[in-house]
Design a protein around this ligand. Structure first.
Ligand code: IVH
Length: 685
């Protein structure tokens, strides 16, 4: 086959595949079997492999993604992406209709009611039926070019079909259906990553992923709801959107033309009830004037069109009984009060628990045991208590008292000045803190020891094989093999079994062995010292270059490191004064973990406060390494090191026992001779 024949065949296959994609994903009415579809795709892939120069970015083969975007380019929207005015009651909707009536001076007004999707607004532009660009709303004027990621969404047509215009620009919402959302969060929890609070955040986070192959796995969906310059297509919004469906876009089947305010009211009421049955989140209804010529007469305010409005549903709220309060201890020892509620159905799920945040929240709400409480689902997964029905308070109801000892280990709780939360200070002996610490140690951004998800770390702790983080390096094949436990998965209410089979154990031991080469900055993060995040661990590692240097650092010096504040500095000092911690570090050292920055770790610049200044370090300092550290710091903070005293030198950092000739020369050239402390103060500017 020559290249011309190949091109023709590729185009024909692409159109055919996109058509079947349309039947499957948009019409929900497949015309061929999955097998036949796969065969068509295979033919296309084979041809593209043979003629790689013919692979187009809009080829259906590109749906699986693979393109990497490091930085999303900024796009200026040809027509600004406005938002809608919000209303929360029928009377406000009536006010809107009255404004429209006054503006048009006719009773001949048709409205279109649509669902208000709770996702991410997107602008798609097409030339000759091919997707050119996809951009986010951003600030309405400029957004991000997310084309590479949007191409992976199956309901976004890459090639239009039928009598589409040469240039077309449409807008719609990218959403994550509940099913994909729950699956994604489950996976994130298994990997000890923070779950997304709601499908909107998940959709938005997915669009910003750098690897489009990851986006392809997120199962995003797209609904179109607006055509830029739609009047060029059809006289009304409804007709234009119907055209879009013909051309390959996914259009909501629930869009409805309404002739009067009563019909609008019915639509709102219907969907306020029925929204629970939808497979995705909506947060209201959008009402638009149907005729484009009427829309043009009404025009825009500075921010919103005058021809459309959003009606936002009230968050669903239920009344239930507070049965008791439990106290959960997190990895860092913070004690969170959790309300145990009489089970109640709310926004599609059964709610049994709600967070009470902290002692202040309980006091402010004046919640009593046995109270009837109002529960709402906000943007978060965990429902919240938003009020109390005092009239239903039982006579004997007593006030909730925050415990003063740890519910797990009995230690006396502490509260730091200015913080709302109480915490258990005995992190070395408090079971949930130890478990949390073990989980943190193996997590991806720390030691990245794979194969310990799904409660396996917990299980090993409960079997007595893990008492602290050093025990990972004492695990043996014969002790691990066969360990298992069956438990009830809270989310799915299904029984699950965790089992250490031969392969699991072998993989785990290899992963543990490999973790010995994890670089120092991640080991430091993995230790789980309170307040140390990924960034501060990195900055500390670069500054001190070894754990030994960090362990003896004075507070003043710790504070010179960017991202290190008073609390962290104090915590570090206390951490390195604790014999148990020093023992843990010594053990980890003996197992071969990295406690020094390797040569390969780049000396990243920390700041440029010393820019344009030259330094020379001379004499002896507290430790042999100290001089080297000071020299590194000069460069990291943007300064330059000189090797001898000359008129180019700005500062001489003097230790003890400096050579007399150097000292004399510096004095004769009037070069300031400064101490280590003065130098550290310069970094703090
Ligand atoms: S129309 C010029 N229709 O709500 C008006 N917007 O505040 C263009 N949205 O940013 C928007 N569903 O992200 C329209 N059926 C719908 C919608 C919808 C959700 C979102 C959209 C927009 C925001 C408006």
């Amino acid at each position: 086959m020559d290249i011309f024949d190949a091109q023709e065949k590729i185009e024909q296959l692409s159109k055919e595949i996109e058509y079947h994609n349309y039947c499957y994903y948009i019409l929900d009415n497949p015309k061929i079997s999955d097998y036949d579809f796969d065969m068509l795709m295979q033919q296309l892939l084979d041809l593209e492999l043979q003629f790689p120069q013919l692979v187009s970015p809009n080829s259906p083969s590109q749906r699986v993604g693979g393109g990497i975007t490091k930085n999303f380019a900024t796009v200026t929207h040809r027509v600004p992406m406005l938002s809608l005015g919000n209303t929360y009651s029928m009377s406000e909707v009536e006010d809107f209709a009255m404004r429209v009536y006054n503006g048009l001076n006719t009773r001949e007004i048709e409205y279109v009611c649509e669902l208000k999707y709770d996702g991410v607004a997107i602008n798609l532009s097409y030339t000759n039926g091919k997707l050119q660009q996809a951009s986010t709303r951003g600030d309405g004027v400029q957004g991000d070019d997310v084309t590479v990621n949007v191409r992976t969404i199956r309901s976004v047509p890459l090639l239009l079909q039928g009598d589409f215009p040469k240039n077309l620009e449409v807008r719609g919402e990218i959403i994550m259906p509940y099913k994909s959302f729950y699956a994604l969060n489950q996976e994130r929890e298994n990997q000890l990553l923070t779950p997304f609070a709601n499908p909107r955040n998940a959709a938005s986070g997915s669009l910003k992923l750098q690897n489009s192959a990851e986006v392809a796995k997120r199962n995003l969906d797209f609904y179109v709801y607006f055509v830029v310059n739609g009047e060029k297509i059809q006289p009304t919004h409804y007709q234009s959107i119907t055209k879009l469906k013909e051309w390959g876009f996914k259009v909501s089947p629930y869009m409805q033309v309404c002739k009067n305010i009563a019909q609008i009211g019915d639509f709102i009421e219907l969907w306020d009830q029925k929204r629970k049955t939808l497979p995705f989140d909506i947060d209201g209804v959008v009402i638009k004037v149907n005729s484009y010529s009427q829309q043009a007469l009404l025009g825009f305010t500075a921010k919103n069109p005058r021809w459309a409005i959003a009606y936002k549903f009230k968050a669903e709220r239920v009344l239930t009984k507070l049965l008791s309060v439990s106290y959960q201890v997190g990895r860092t020892g913070v004690v969170t009060p959790v309300a145990n509620l009489a089970p109640v159905s709310l926004a599609g799920t059964i709610v049994k628990r709600a967070t009470l945040h902290n002692a202040d929240f309980i006091a402010q709400m004046d919640i009593h045991n046995g109270d009837s409480v109002f529960v709402e689902k906000g943007g978060e997964i965990i429902p919240k208590i938003v009020g109390i029905d005092i009239s239903q308070r039982p006579d004997n109801a007593n006030i909730i008292e925050f415990p003063d000892t740890c519910p797990d280990c009995g230690a006396k709780l502490n509260r730091n000045e200015g913080e709302a939360g109480f915490y258990c200070p005995d992190f070395a002996h408090c079971p949930p803190q130890i478990k949390g610490c073990l989980e943190h140690f193996v997590s991806r951004k720390a030691m990245n020891i794979e194969g310990l998800g799904e409660g396996k770390t917990d299980l090993l702790y409960e079997k007595g094989l893990l008492k602290n983080i050093t025990d990972f390096y004492r695990l043996k094949y014969e002790n691990l093999l066969g360990i298992h436990r069956t438990y009830l998965d809270e989310n799915t209410q299904k029984e699950r079994t965790v089992y250490f089979r031969e392969k699991t154990v072998k993989n785990l031991l290899t992963a543990i062995e490999n973790s010995k080469s994890v670089p120092f900055e991640r080991v430091l993060y993995a230790l789980g010292i309170r307040y140390i995040g990924e960034n501060s661990a990195k900055k500390l590692a670069i500054h001190f270059r070894s754990l030994d240097a960090l362990a003896v650092a004075k507070k003043e010096e710790l504070l010179t490191v960017e991202d290190v504040g008073e609390k962290l500095a104090q915590t570090l000092i206390e951490y390195f004064h604790d014999d148990d911690n020093l023992q843990i570090i010594n053990d980890l050292k003996s197992f071969g973990l990295q406690f020094e920055l390797t040569q390969s770790t780049h000396l990243a610049p920390v700041s440029d406060v010393l820019e344009g200044k030259t330094f020379l370090v001379s004499g002896t300092f507290a430790t042999a390494d100290r001089r080297k550290e000071l020299e590194n710091m000069i460069e990291q903070y943007g300064g330059k090191r000189l090797s001898s005293v000359s008129s180019n030198l700005n500062f001489l950092i003097a230790g003890d026992n400096m050579g007399p000739s150097k000292l004399a020369k510096a004095q004769s050239l009037n070069i300031p001779i400064i101490s280590e402390e003065t130098f550290l103060k310069m970094l703090n500017k």
